[in-house]
Every structure is written in C-alpha cells, then in structure tokens.
Ligand binder design. Structure first.
Ligand code: HXC
Ligand code: NAP
Length: 268
C-alpha cells in the first residue's frame, strides 16, 4: 500500500477482469478513486466491490459497451460527477478468438475491430472533456500483434495496429493541452482470458514461454506497475510511446537459434 495516487481518479474501460482489473487493483492500493466499465452488469459490480475493499469504498462499476459512444460518455460523466477530474484512463476492452481469415465472417472481423479500435477511439475521445488538464495520462492497451503478423489473428492484428497509430495521433493533438497518450503492449500474461484463448494446452504454454527471453509469463501486477509509472510524474515527458511490458518477447524472434529452436541456452 502507498499513497502515490491519493486524491487521483482512474477510469478503466474493460475493467471487470484480467489485466485491466489488475491495473485497477494496483491504482487502488496506491489510494486512487476507481471507476470501471464493461458490458456485464454482474461482472462489473463484483469487480467494483473488490476494488472498494482495497481503497475504502471509492470505487464504482458501470455497465457500458465501448461500442456505444453515448454509454461511454455517460459513464465518464458519472465518474466525473462523483470523483471530479479524471487523472488516468485505461482503454483495455478487447475481444479475441482464434480463427483463420477464411473461417471468419465479415461480422466476426468487424466485431473485434469495433471493440478494440473503435472502442478505444470512443473511450479516449469521450474522456477528453472530463480530464485533469494539464496532467492527465491516457493509456491504450495494445499487443505485440500490432506490429507482428500472427496466424489466425488477422482481426486482432489489424485492430491493435490501429490502436498504436490512434494513440500516437492523439499524443500529437492533445500534448499541447498537457494530456499524454501512451500505450502499454503486454506480453503473455498469466491467468488471463487472453492466454486461455491463445495457449490452450500445457504444451502450447511451454512453447509461448520458450519464446519469451525472460522464459515466463508476466503478471497483472507487472502491467499495473507500468501503468502507475506512465501516470506518475517520473513519466511527465513520455508521450506517444508504445511501451512493451513483455519480458523482451518483441525483440527479434525471442532469442531462438537460426533453426527456430527455443530455450536451449542455459546460464546458471
Ligand atoms: C469465428 C467467431 C468466433 C470464432 C465469434 N465469432 N467467435 N467467428 N470463430 N471462434 C463471430 C460470430 O460468429 C459473429 O459473426 C461475430 O464473431 C460476433 O460474435 P458475437 O458472439 O455476436 O459477438 P459479441 O457477443 O460482441 O462477443 C465478442 C467476442 C467474444 C469477441 C466474439 O469472444 C467476447 O465477448 N470476447 C471478450 C473477452 C475476450 O475475448 N477476452 C480476450 C481478450 S485478449 P456472425 O457472422 O456469425 O454474426 C486479446 C488478445 C490480445 O485481446 C493478444 C494476447 C496475446
Ligand atoms: P479479459 O479479461 O477478457 O478482458 C477484457 C475486458 O474487456 C473484460 O473486462 C470484458 O468484460 C471487457 N469487454 C469486452 N468487450 C467489451 C465491450 N464491447 N465493451 C466494454 N467492455 C468490454 O482479457 P485480458 O486477457 O485480461 O485482456 C485485457 C487487455 O490486455 C486486452 O486489451 C488485451 O488485448 C490485452 N492483452 C492481453 C494479453 C494477455 O496475455 N492476456 C496480452 C497482450 C494484450 P465484459 O465481458 O464484462 O464486457
């Protein structure tokens, strides 16, 4: 527990579970007021109750779909009415399924682009009126797929690539107002829906870990701590950055040898 976020307010889109809820936990431990949104009224109520236990009751959960601009705007207004100017916004709502492009309908592709990319535009665009200016920190949650083509992930790769560019365009436009816009690009994170969908067997999990130079999954706290850093005064000149928090997974091919064998090297 600390107090680096005392008196500050965090808004998290997609905050009912996984990495985004993990970020909320980290901010709550540092004393932030917290507002969470996601589609499911049940899930978001449970998540908000958990955060309220951590920060002494200063948490709200609102059911809102990021594809619905008016609903997102209303949630931001309710947050502002309750807690005042918003200091940090996390745009992390996302959808994913594993499917080849030929096994994906136009609506399947559109669904993921709508949630991830259009949803991020909606959240960040609608937040501007409610931010602390100067001083706010906006953080999109992207993924390595934004810059690395992946089999059976055409929808996610396209959506996350759009998020990276959107993040940097907003950094250009909103920097003069003292609003910084950055992204975090998590590597494979333990105990998440994302990895449950992508690595479905112990063997697949071992293959993923072998491609990470740190040879392990990351933790939700490691993403939350990166978000705390990006929202701190220490990051006051960081704007438009896409910050990998991935154990080095984004470097080259993951330190495998030239034949594609991973994990052979041992340094003890
Ligand atoms: C092919 C599929 C499909 C599948 C859904 N669709 N699943 N197509 N293979 N496995 C198609 C449907 O048939 C439909 O098209 C269209 O997608 C929309 O489906 P709905 O179920 O109506 O959509 P919706 O209820 O909005 O749900 C969205 C969802 C769902 C993305 C499909 O999975 C979801 O709610 N996901 C949220 C949780 C999640 O995905 N978490 C992981 C995030 S991790 P038709 O043509 O039939 O109408 C992440 C990865 C980052 O983002 C990288 C990690 C390393
Ligand atoms: P997750 O637990 O499924 O998180 C997704 C969240 O988004 C849920 O809270 C979900 O709640 C919400 N959501 C989905 N569609 C929504 C919509 N239309 N409107 C509002 N909220 C919506 O998955 P996760 O694995 O932790 O992923 C979190 C973020 O990290 C995502 O942006 C993902 O792309 C990114 N990421 C994850 C990994 C990983 O290893 N897991 C790696 C890289 C990047 P509801 O169902 O209640 O709506």
């Amino acid at each position: 527990m600390g107090n680096s976020q005392a008196g500050k307010t965090l808004f998290v889109a997609g905050g009912s579970s996984g990495i985004n809820l993990g970020i909320a936990r980290c901010f709550a431990r540092e004393g932030a007021n917290v507002a969470l949104i996601s589609r499911s009224p049940e899930k978001i109520a449970i998540a908000a109750a958990e955060i309220a236990e951590i920060n002494g009751g200063r948490a709200i959960g609102i059911a809102a779909d990021v594809r619905d601009y008016a609903a997102v705007e209303a949630a931001l207004k309710a947050t502002h009415d309750k807690f005042g100017d918003i200091d940090t916004v996390i745009s992390g709502a996302a959808g994913n399924f594993v499917a080849p492009a030929l096994g994906m309908s136009a609506n399947g592709f559109k669904t993921v682009v709508d949630i991830d990319l259009i949803g991020t535009f909606n959240v960040l665009r609608a937040s501007f009126a409610f931010l602390r200016k100067p001083g706010a920190s906006l953080i999109s949650i992207t993924a390595g797929q934004a810059t690395r083509a992946s089999m059976f992930q055409a929808h996610v790769c396209a959506a996350k690539a759009g998020i990276n560019m959107l993040t940097q365009c907003l950094a250009l436009e909103w920097g003069p107002a003292g609003v910084r816009v950055n992204a975090i690009s998590p590597g494979p994170i333990a105990d998440t829906e994302g990895m449950a969908r992508l690595a479905t067997t112990p063997e697949a999990e071992a293959r993923v870990k072998a491609r990470v130079p740190m040879r392990r999954y990351g933790t939700k706290d490691e993403i939350g701590e990166a978000a705390l850093f990006l929202s701190s005064d220490a990051a006051r000149y960081i704007n438009g950055a896409i910050l990998p928090v991935d154990g080095g997974s984004g470097c080259g091919d993951g330190a495998g040898d030239a034949l594609g064998n991973f994990g052979a090297a041992s340094y003890s």
